[in-house]
Design a binder for this molecule. Structure first.
Ligand SMILES: *Cc1c(COP(=O)(O)O)cnc(C)c1O
Length: 360
């Protein structure tokens, strides 16, 4: 029996995709091989690879000015890979801190240069605020400004992306990439690990504007140098072939769903239902300011935290899994990525209401 899986990542995948991968496991399209067993330079995998790139470009409407790279190392790897690729001429960047992930990005960049904190969304209630451009105190001539557009742990999403003129904006979009259309022309670099909203762990998508490919530090490892990876069509070294294959199946699934505008409408409906339930009760609390509430990761607290274990046990008994909040913030967190259906959120809010009626 499949459960409703609210994991923050690795996270739920569309059942259709899992079934197709199972069907094709031993023999991909008459090749007599599993995708895992293929040469990454053979015609079968080349087809899988190029279709994945094309489908992603179409889904996200990536402009011709930007390259799509399939890398490894995850979001945390990018925390080093970004400065290594952009600190060549001026080793300094600005960071907008909206939660735990942008904080980590800033700390890692310090290994390679200056990492100025331009704004922070930390309040007395934790990370609950997404500072708008007017609150950013940018330094003089940074190599880039870094932003985590969806803070997976704190549930803070940034919806207004400012125009920074000549300063490239770098965004960690790991946990909401593909959840809605994004205007990529506004970003110098946008990256995300796959295990939240793209597919399985192992591949990292990096979308980079071509004019930024020339700014790497000499010490940047070749396998992580965007220019080298781009020149080799993301095949400078063996790519994570199976993870790219699964991502490709998810891209095709998304196209069948109607693309990002259609999936956004469904994501809004799911998030609205959950936030409305929380707001309608004094039993559940979400502290994030409304304009910055994440549609993908919904942290919430029970007003009476002594009932946390009870709540989780009751949820598990109903097949509602992985609702425990991140250890750094506590409470609960429901991650409702693209692959989590509306029925899952309906089952969750029904359970929440019953639990409240029983214990309030
Ligand atoms: C999960 C996550 C990461 C870390 O990804 P890894 O694959 O573990 O390196 C970084 N940033 C954000 C926003 C994330 O959600």
């Amino acid at each position: 029996m499949r459960v409703f899986n609210f994991s923050a990542g690795p996270a739920a995948l569309p059942e259709e995709v899992l079934r197709q991968a199972a069907d094709e496991m031993l023999d991909w399209h008459g090749s007599g091989m599993s995708v895992m067993e293929m040469s990454h330079r053979g015609p079968e995998f080349m087809q899988i690879h190029s279709e994945a790139l094309l489908d992603l470009r179409e889904l996200m409407q990536v402009p011709a000015s930007h390259q799509i790279l399939f890398l490894q190392g995850g979001g945390i790897g990018e925390n080093a890979i970004v400065p290594l690729n952009l600190f060549g001429a001026k080793p300094r960047a600005d960071f907008v801190i909206t939660g735990s992930w942008s904080q980590k990005s800033q700390k890692e960049a310090l290994k390679y240069g200056a990492a100025h904190i331009a704004a922070t969304g930390r309040t007395e209630a934790g990370f609950t605020h997404a500072p708008a451009k007017g609150e950013w105190k940018l330094s003089d001539d940074p190599a880039y400004v870094h932003l985590c557009t969806n803070e997976t742990i704190d549930g803070v999403e940034t919806f207004e992306i400012p125009d920074l003129g000549d300063i490239p904006l770098v965004a960690d979009a790991s946990s909401h990439i593909l959840s809605r259309p994004m205007d990529l022309a506004k970003y110098g670099v946008l990256y995300g690990g796959a295990q939240k909203n793209i597919g399985m762990a192992g591949v990292t998508v990096v979308i980079v504007r071509e004019d930024l490919l020339d700014r790497a530090m000499p010490i940047c490892p070749s396998a992580f140098e965007w220019k080298t990876v781009a020149a080799n069509n993301s095949m400078f070294n063996t790519p994570p072939t199976y993870a790219i294959y699964i991502a490709g199946l998810v891209f095709k699934w998304l196209k069948r769903q109607g693309g990002l505008t259609a999936i956004e409408a469904r994501n809004i409906e799911k998030a609205q239902l959950l936030y409305d339930t929380i707001d309608a009760s004094s039993f559940y609390i979400n502290k994030v300011e409304r304009r910055a509430r994440s549609r993908m990761n919904v942290p919430f607290f029970l007003a009476d935290e002594t009932r946390n274990d009870d709540f989780l046990a009751g949820a598990k008994a109903r097949g509602l899994l992985q609702l425990k909040g991140h250890k750094s913030v506590g409470g609960m967190r429901a991650s409702i990525y693209n692959a989590v259906p509306l029925e899952a959120v309906k089952a969750l809010v029904e359970y929440m209401k019953e639990f409240e009626a029983k214990h309030a």
